[in-house]
Design a protein around this ligand. Sequence first.
Ligand code: 26W
Length: 823
Amino acid sequence: MYSKRFEKETFKEAVRENVRTLYRKNIAEASPQQIFQAVSYAVKDIIMDDWIATQKAYDEADAKAVYYMSMEFLMGRALGNNLINMTAYKEVKEALEEMDIDLNVVEDEEPDAALGNGGLGRLAACFLDSLSTLNYPAYGCGIRYRYGMFKQKIENGYQVETPDNWLKEGNPFELRREEYAKEVRFGGNVHFDKDPETGKDIFVQENYESVLAIPYDMPIVGYGNHVVNTLRVWDAKAITDFQLDAFDRGDYHKSVEQENLAKLIVDVLYPNDNHYAGKELRLKQQYFFISASLQTMLEKYKKKHSDVRKLYEKVAIQMNDTHPTVAVPELMRLLIDQEGLTWEEAWDVTTKTCAYTNHTIMSEALEKWPIDLFSRLLPRIYQIVQEIDRRFLIEVRAKYPGNEEKVRKMAILYDGQVRMAHMAIIAGYSVNGVAKLHTEILKHQELKDFYEMMPEKFNNKTNGITQRRFLLHGNQLLADWITNKIGDGWITDLAQIGKLKAYVDDEQARKEFMEIKYRNKVRLAAYIKKHNGIEVDPNSIFDVQVKRLHEYKRQLLNIMHVMYLYNQIKEHPEVSFYPRTFVFGAKAAAGYKRAKETIKLINSVADVVNNDRSINGKLKVVFIEDYRVSNAELLFAAADVSEQISTASKEASGTGNMKFMLNGAPTLGTMDGANVEIVDEVGIENAFIFGLSSEEVINYENHGGYNPTEIYFNDWEIKRVVDQLMDGTYANGNHEMYKDLYNSLLNTQCTDRPDTYFILKDFRSYADAQKKVEEAYKDKDRWSKMAMMNTASSGKFTSDRTIEEYVDDIWKLKKVFVKPVEE
Ligand code: 26W
């Protein structure tokens, strides 16, 4: 039982009362959405005591806290997860059943909070879950986008984006906190002056535009420990006439301008993943939430402490990729201009407070702001960046005398641009990659110069995922079964899942394990039937690739292999073939042409294959529309095979790979990102590994690429598939539809190298690995052992482990315990 107040009857009464006061209805009259709202308000009410108690405990302990700064928090739905972490899920389910309400239906009424694109945003969400569960004081700081990640519709095989109006019905879990609003200033000019009162030198910003930042708080409930941390996301509002300086009062133009800026600034999440577009509004978003968050952090610190020079004793700031890096100069500004510290004092504080995580080596993802834009928008911040750069380059020249090449390579300001990654590394006291391989590539390739100059900053923190959402909530059948076998310790200590290894040779246990997989496949099959109108056979192999659509993730390799299998089945119907269902789910950035073409290709192949009666349903292809956290939970639970087929070296870590593993799906993948560590844990015999190694890829890249035409002309089956992109087979006779994809593989007319992602190069080895998957699956005993070994070996990949490492090596936090409120 969660707390004394959590009596079933009291809860039921609260739901009834909420329906009555919110909608003037009774339960029978209320719509499912109204029930969702009423239930959620009742749940929030119960959370509230612990939320207050937690913040009070932090205050009393005066504990150090981490501020996790992120442009993205891909939270998904809150209701089910909150109930899980309150350890009240089953009781609430029962209570609602007694009122004739199905909790699953209620949960489905909640829109996903999709304030993120993919891996980086979901990682932030898993981290918050772990921080609360592990009793660490933490604040997530981000933006309350009016529109989150777009909704994806598939029309005639094409992706169509529609706005994600997730706040339409109101968000029952958030708290608007108008009284903690902060002003953020953009543009204008700065001049140097003397303070009329103190006579000290000061910087005065004039003719700026102001926006008011309004915080909304969302509770982050820890598992069974009464800790509730806060995710604070900022909304923007114009400064009203009343709040304008006397000088500006009644300036109509100015107030309209400010109104417009405010509306725009938090309007929408940029839906680019791993692609920097250099939009001015994005820089505004970054400065907006960083300035508001840092002002709040400082104010909170100063309530208890008078010496801001010791800020780092109570605060760690983690920058989730370069997106929040403007935190470095903004903290300097606050410390110097507002708190009166010297440059040296402020630099000492900043460089002991800020730490940076790198999530990608894709060069097109690097944030480099044009200096003219940056300095116009943030004039005072730009001055500070210049000074950071000037002082850093003195150090570089001292260390490498006469080496101006080094200076060019390492400077923050170069070639008319502000290089945010360089600033993050120079100012951060820690720089971490997100999987072992990724960190090694950072140290020895991408960030080599920085590693040589400051090796002590570099460290690895292999990513993780929360088993509370991705097993306990997403796969309740398996969760119960595991608890039955080994107890429930795994929920907060995933290493214990290793105890399942004792059952791998137990035939009965394996039968039960596979029976649960089957039931989850039936659940997914029903979802597919409902959403796609396609019948899939739960006895077929469910082979799943779900992740953002990107060339380096190679969905194209997967679908071309499906085309290859289809050719073989058509040609040799007599050859035995184990039925296979290929499931895809992926959003493409709206302007990413090749990615969108790939979605169309997948859907076209699906149309042809699914409607070809001659193949007896041996092959099915399904594209899951609008892949997001909520349907991801169903997909992981139901997968037999986890497709993790990125070009080696390109996927920093991957976290979907871990979610599949946890749910008992062996990895079919390259030696990339965290796949390497998955193989370390589960054993190479329990995975299907193929393709070039990262060294081989990097070596080719350093020597002008490779020649795909050779493969094309020497492997007729590959040639046939490539030609089918151009012969209209999957385009109703249209020869142009996939021309761009075809060209990306073979054509050197395009200025870049052909097949930069080594699709043809890895094709044969992928097809061979796929053949091995089929062989392994046919052997039920062998497969069930493999599947179970994956679940049993997934202990390392909990975000609880990752967070403990961040705490030990970077943040240095202490646990704070919260006493439950008794009545
Ligand atoms: C500026 C545009 C932009 C937007 C998002 C650039 C880069 C990003 C992210 C860094 C992309 C991302 O989500 N990266 C993923 O981060 C995960 C968490 O660490 C890793 O598991 C994935 O491998 C990595 O692709």
